[in-house]
Ligand binder design. Sequence first.
Ligand code: ZN
Ligand code: ZN
Length: 332
Amino acid sequence: MAWCWTPSHPADLVRAIELQNVGGPLMVVDRPPPTAIEGATVIDVTACGVCHSDIHVVDGQFGSPHPLVLGHEVTGIDKKLGPVMVYAPWGCRNCWLCETGHEMICPDGAEAGLFVDGGYAEQMYIPHREYLQPLGDLDPIESAPLACGGLTAFNATLKTLETLNRRANAARALVIGAGGLGQFGIQFLRLMSDAEIWVVDQSPEKLDRALALGATRAVTPERLEGTYDAVIDFVGATTTLESAVERVNRRGTVVAVGLYGGAVPFGVGAVPFEVQLMSSVWGTVLELGQLIEFAHHHPLQYTVETMPLAEAEQAHQRLRSGQASGRIVLVP
Ligand SMILES: [Zn+2]
Ligand SMILES: [Zn+2]
C-alpha cells in the first residue's frame, strides 16, 4: 500500500517513526532495513495500532531507551507464513515463566515497541517466528488492535469464566470502565458466558455503547446494585478497586486490569471470604492464537480510524486530546 507522501524516500531504506527523546515529537526517518539472523525474521508491516501505552512511552513512564520505534499492535506479511499478527511482549525465553508461555510477565522481558523497536515502521524485526500468529481471513488493518487491547481484555475475561460458569445462568458479572478494553470485555463475557453483565462508567455515551454491545445493565457508579460473582476492573483506581472488593461475592473473582495505580487492603475479613483477587497483564502467545480463532467465528465490534504511518505524531495528538473516534491504526 503506497501513500507516497515524500517522493524522496530512498528505495534501499525503510521508513520508520522514531522517538528520539522523552516527550517526543515522533520523527519520520529512513533507515537501513533490519536484517534477520538465524531463527529470526523481518516482516513487512501492514498496520500498527496506536495504544494508550504508546503515550506513556513517549512521556518516559516506562524508562524506554532512545531512539525507539514504538508500536506493539502489529500485523504484517511474513515470507513463510503470509499475513500474521505479532505477539509483542517478548520475554527472555529462559525463565520458568517464559517456558510456560507467560512471556508477558517475564522479569527480563523486552516488549517490542516499549523496549526494543516495534511496528511504527515499514518493516519490523521479529527475533523468533513463534511470535507470529497466522491472521487467516481477518482484515489485517481492522484486526491490529486485537494484538494488545483485544488480547488484554481476552486474558482478563478468561480468568473469570471458571467462577461464572460455576453458577451457570445465575451468575452476575461486573465490568468497571467501558472504554476500549471494557468494550472488548463486555463482548467476550457475552460470547463466552451466560452471566448477567452489568457495566459501570461515568460517561453516558460509553454506557449507551455498553448496552449496544450486549450489557444487561449499564449504570453510573451511584446506581450500581447487588453483588457479583466476577468483577473486571478496567480502570484500576483505588475507588474502582474498592467498589470491586465491596461488590464481589464470597468465592468470587476480581480481575484488575486498568493501569490507574490504585490499591485496596487485603486480608481475611478485609475482603469477602475466599475471593480471588488477581491482576491481569496482556496475554500469552497461545491466547493470541485463540483470540484470532475466536474473532473468525465471532466478529468483534470496535471502530478503527486509519492514518498514514508518517502522521504518527498527529495520531498521538489526536489520542491525547480525546479526538480519536475509535482505535487509531497507522498504515505504511
Ligand atoms: Zn497496548
Ligand atoms: Zn523469561
